[in-house]
Design a binder for this molecule. Structure first.
Ligand code: NAP
Length: 311
């Protein structure tokens, strides 16, 4: 029987692990096959307090893992396939093991939303990307397209101007959603170009991306835009599939929590992107995770003396 199982090894999972470990809960972190989460895709984090010169996402992730382990957190490279929160103890199943726990902190993060157009899947790794930090380097002196109009699209688009000759932002409306500071930088960068009111309808090429088809949503006019790469930043989908029917979620499958990070199930908490459709920052993920771990500690303490079936 564990005190706390933390599902997910990204920013939220590791921050929860540090707090839970320091509270002597000996947390087990089921970090999956590709731990680190979204933060490892970020080139330089310049808004995480304590790093005035910035830090790479991967370096911060490694530091957080070391930090959690230093206080006795157990990091396990297993992927959770199902849960059962219908009775005590809470059950968490991986391919290899069944874990029983008094509390669970869900910190499984989110994945990039897909355009779902012909060619997108086929050209992943051959010109289609969801990560400028990972793939920007391959587009030195090339022309690329960025799809989306939010902070991610503009932030990543600006990053791509370090490599590409042109970065054309294709957005489905006639104004950006991104914050004014990013917009100002984008509009004053001569490598950035904009195609408004347009959606990508397909991605074409031979061995790699060569062009995309666009449809203007106001005029219905179709056009072709030549490009060497397509970077897609149209939001994220929370990784909450395995929790469906086990905890309450909203219509976008975001887990519902109260201000103490409690879900509707006693002993089950959620932190980071799985419960946050708005802020999705490393610092807010870490903050909600710290709350979840402190609440888990309180909950475990409240169970003192309780006996569980089979124990
Ligand atoms: P977002 O704010 O949800 O923006 C998604 C963008 O993609 C929107 O412009 C949206 O268009 C467009 N879009 C959505 N579905 C689409 C589709 N099927 N086809 C075409 N376009 C589509 O997502 P995000 O940019 O990833 O940002 C998420 C959160 O992270 C935000 O809170 C943001 O502030 C934060 N963030 C902050 C920073 C930073 O501060 N530097 C950097 C990255 C992210 P509409 O505008 O028409 O809805």
């Amino acid at each position: 029987m564990e005190n706390v199982i933390i599902i997910g090894g990204g920013t939220a999972g590791l921050a929860a692990a540090v707090y839970a470990a320091r509270a002597q809960l000996e947390p087990v972190i089921l970090k999956g096959d590709t731990p680190g989460g979204q933060i490892t895709l970020t080139d330089a984090l310049e808004n995480y307090p304590g790093f005035p010169d910035g830090i790479s996402g991967f370096e911060l992730f490694q530091t957080m893992e070391r930090h959690a382990e230093r206080f006795g957190a157990k990091l396990v490279a297993e992927t959770v396939v199902s849960v059962d929160f219908s009775k005590e103890p809470l059950l968490v199943n991986t391919h290899d093991n069944m874990y029983k726990s008094k509390t669970v902190i869900i910190a499984t993060g989110s994945d990039p939303r897909k355009l779902k157009v012909p060619g997108e899947k086929e050209f992943i790794g051959k010109g289609v990307s969801y990560c400028a930090t990972c793939d920007g380097f391959f587009f030195k002196d090339k022309n690329v397209v960025v799809v989306g109009g939010g902070d991610s699209a503009i932030d990543e688009g600006l990053f791509l101007t370090r490599f590409a000759s042109t970065v054309t932002v294709v957005h489905r409306r006639d104004r950006l959603r991104a914050n004014p500071f990013l917009q100002k930088r984008a509009f004053s960068n001569e490598k950035m170009k904009f195609v408004w009111d347009s959606v990508v309808t397909r991605i074409d090429g031979e061995n790699g991306v060569e062009n995309i088809k666009l449809r203007n949503v106001k005029t219905d006019k179709e056009s072709t835009l030549e490009t060497d790469g397509v970077f897609i930043f149209i939001g994220h989908i929370p990784n909450t599939g395995i929790f469906k029917g086990h905890v309450d979620m909203d219509e976008n499958n975001i887990i519902l929590t109260d201000r103490r990070q409690r879900t509707n199930i006693e002993g089950v908490f959620a932190a980071g992107d799985v419960q946050d459709p708005i802020y999705r920052q490393a610092i807010t993920s870490a903050g909600t995770a710290a709350i979840a771990a402190m609440e888990a500690e309180k909950y475990v303490a409240s169970l003192e003396g309780k006996s569980y079936p089979g124990k």
